[in-house]
Design a protein around this ligand. Structure first.
Ligand code: ADP
Ligand code: MG
Length: 704
């Protein structure tokens, strides 16, 4: 690759940069350069080897100026016919370059004397960039500039372009990477049989092919990253991710926990008394959890099931299994409304079995609360439900053996750990509680297999019988009156409805104001209906009274902010209206829509949107309109937002994938998973070596 090294103007390297953080130099890299590299998360030669091109540029051809097409990158070569610095409208360097076919204008808004020198009239240069129609005719703005001698040869292969940061030019990066390629061990810890089976080249061949493509390499395969060299890298990345997550999983399994064998006393009693039978999916999840709880190491299980799939009863049965063994279990929910609802449900199910369920809520009177806390502290009460109140200081759960976290993505790692810690200090010192995380945001299989590989997963992929599908309508806000008409009609037939007010992210006050206005408008338009208002600023007992009135059908319509987003379960509600639906995320819309369709009446969800719709707003509404299956929606969400956003709330410092994509590389995930197990077990040194190459010291982040 003779051409690659000099093709970036020196100016780029010297361009003004934000002051780099203080960094220590390494392997011939001075401290200033080290600081810039650190911004790219490059700290050692091996990181440079894995700093792979973002894309490639084709400098193997010269295009005649006349033939350059606007909007497509091209390289031209010619003689400078003029070059001047113009002061207006902004100081800039403007040069004209001429070849046999025509003349092109090149323009730089930031430039250096070195560039001016290269552009002296009569000099030969190559310019690489995109042409667009400008004031002076066709022009290239900030093209890459390279002085050449007449008849100088062209590079034979594609030129890599690297992700970079201010003050760090492509030329410097290439030089550093070439040196790193020369000094780093490019050893291959993968078993050769695996590479053969997957048609993957060796690591050394792969990185060389990506940094220095062969002249005959297929440009499309490199560009779109399905070249075998890319596949090797992506496979290794997936493999390392699997191994580090598995290792974290194994480390946790090595800890002790109270073994809670299924005694089938209380659990069977509850099942006998339920008005319904468990679905097949629920029965499977219950069995998986029961087996985990019976073991003497902590369960780490994610129960995921679409909205309405019946996770609560599964949690209740798990909690009973703890109680049967004389241990405590706690269920933590993200909102007051949801916690109260869970408590009511659990109490209705479990009090007849002679079990007291403690409800810890901010709204309970101090004396009541004290008494309840004492019952937990003494171990007399075995079951507790609450919000974050559960992890606050005065709460003491000395015999806690099972912690259930509902809507787990709403909590940070710290909060989930805090709940777990509640059990360590007490009687079972040294033992860790079993953890059951629940999520109604279905996680696409690929994501579950990669980013959640440190958890066991149970899936409720079946809804309880007797549900009628929800119909979804998209209505422009110009037709709000029609929607009000539908609301009147539904309620006059004895149904109930939710009216969700727009999400206003910038201001809670504004959001509250809109809710109040909506409440007033609807009350004025529909005087015959009983309308309630629910929002985040209400006191806890106000919220709970309103919710109870709605559940008891003392209200026909509940105007609400997104406080009702998760979990709320009122089967008689069959109409959901969401205003400014375009402002909500897909998961949120799906959750909100899931508040209806819980009874036998046909349910409708009306999404009111305001024009003009943004591209993503339109895309999201289309997805929610076309799909009711949470997994489909989650997959679309993953595609629109990417996995970073998707797992963001997990807040555990998980290394996200840099090169592999969950959409495009599905076929590599399964083999990576299988090999990860095998390497950790049979080839610990090779496994260690691979993790060191990819993660350096970064693996520690995973331990939470
Ligand atoms: P999730 O938390 O998964 O969204 P819930 O646990 O709130 O769902 O359950 C939704 C509704 O379905 C509740 O009213 C619950 O009592 C009911 N339900 C749960 N399992 C079944 C079942 N197997 N058959 C019928 N109804 C069920
Ligand atoms: Mg729920």
């Amino acid at each position: 690759m003779p051409s690659a090294s000099a093709s970036k103007p020196a100016a780029q390297d010297a361009s003004p940069a934000a002051p780099a953080p203080a960094a220590r130099g390494w392997a011939g890299v001075g401290s200033q350069l080290a600081g810039r590299l650190a911004k790219l998360d490059i700290h050692r030669p091996e990181d440079l080897v894995l700093h792979l091109p973002l894309r490639y540029e084709d400098e193997t051809r010269i295009t005649p100026i006349e033939a350059v097409r606007p909007g497509f990158p091209a390289q031209v070569e010619g003689e400078v016919s003029s070059c001047e610095v113009t002061p207006h409208p902004r100081r800039q360097l403007v040069a004209r370059v001429r070849d046999a076919s025509g003349t092109l204008v090149a323009r730089w808004l930031n430039f250096y004397p070195s560039q001016q020198k290269m552009l002296a009239p009569g000099r030969r240069v190559r310019l690489f960039g995109e042409v667009r129609g400008g004031f002076f005719g066709d022009e290239m703005v900030h093209p890459r500039l390279r002085p050449v001698a007449a008849g100088e040869g062209l590079p034979e292969a594609l030129t890599p372009v690297y992700p970079t940061t201010a003050g760090l030019g492509q030329a410097t990066l290439r030089r550093l990477i070439d040196r790193a390629l020369a000094v780093s061990p490019l050893d291959d810890p993968l078993p050769p049989a695996v590479c053969d089976a997957l048609l993957l080249p060796s690591f050394a061949d792969a990185v060389r092919a990506l940094h220095h493509p062969a002249p005959d390499a297929d440009p499309a395969a490199l560009e779109q990253r399905h070249h075998s060299a890319w596949r090797r890298i992506k496979f290794e990345e997936l493999l390392v991710q699997q191994m580090s997550l598995r290792r974290a999983y194994n480390a946790r399994r090595a800890r002790g926990a109270a073994a809670l064998p299924a005694r089938r006393e209380l659990t069977d009693a509850l099942l006998a008394q339920l008005p319904f039978r468990l679905t097949g999916a629920q029965a499977r999840a219950v069995a998986e959890i029961a087996a985990d709880l019976a073991a003497a190491h902590p369960m780490q299980r994610l129960l995921q099931g679409d909205v309405g799939s019946g996770k609560t009863i599964v949690a209740a049965l798990a909690m009973l299994q703890a109680a049967e063994n004389g241990y405590q279990a706690a269920l933590m929910a993200p909102t007051e409304i949801l916690a109260e609802q869970h408590w009511k449900k659990l109490a209705a199910w479990l009090e007849p079995l002679g079990l007291h369920v403690v409800w810890l809520s901010g709204s309970r009177k101090k004396r009541e609360r004290e008494a309840e806390l004492e019952r937990l502290r003494s171990g007399e009460a075995l079951l507790a439900v609450g919000t974050h109140a559960l992890i606050e200081d005065p709460v003491n759960l000395p015999r806690l053996a099972l912690a259930v976290v509902d809507e787990q993505h709403r909590f940070g790692v710290r909060q989930r750990l805090a709940l777990r810690e509640k059990g360590i200090a007490g009687e079972g010192a040294g033992l860790r509680p079993h953890m059951l995380m629940m999520s109604a945001t279905p996680i696409p299989r690929t994501l579950a297999m990669t980013h959640y590989a440190d958890l066991d997963v149970s899936v409720l992929d079946e809804l309880p019988p007797g549900r009628t599908p929800i119909r979804t309508r998209l209505v422009s806000d110009a037709r709000r009156d029609e929607v009000i008409g539908r609301l009147r009609a539904a309620c006059s037939e004895g149904r109930q409805a939710y009216w969700v007010c727009p999400l206003i992210e910038e201001s809670e006050t504004l959001q509250l104001q809109t809710a109040l206005e909506t409440f007033e408008t609807l009350s004025a338009a529909l005087p015959e209906l009983r309308i309630g208002l629910l929002h985040g600023k209400l006191k806890a007992d106000g919220k709970s009274a309103t919710m109870a009135a709605f559940a008891a059908h003392e209200l026909d319509v509940l105007v609400a902010t997104t406080v009702i987003e998760v979990g709320v379960d009122v089967p008689n509600a069959s109409l959901m209206v969401i205003e400014h639906a375009e402002r909500f995320g897909l998961a949120q819309l799906h959750q909100l829509r899931g508040r209806v369709g819980r009874g036998s009446a046909e349910s409708v969800c009306i999404l009111i949107y305001a024009q003009p719709l943004s591209q993503t707003g339109r895309e999201r509404l289309k997805v929610i309109y076309e799909h009711t299956d949470g997994f489909e929606i989650a997959r679309a969400d993953l595609r629109i937002r990417g996995p970073g956003e998707f797992v963001g709330a997990r807040q555990s410092g998980l290394p996200l994938l840099r090169y592999a994509s969950l959409e495009g590389d599905v076929d590599l995930i399964e083999p990576a998973r299988t090999l990860a197990e095998q390497m950790l077990r049979d080839m610990p040194q090779a496994a260690e070596r691979l993790m060191a190459r990819w993660l350096g010291g970064r693996e520690a982040l995973l331990r939470a």
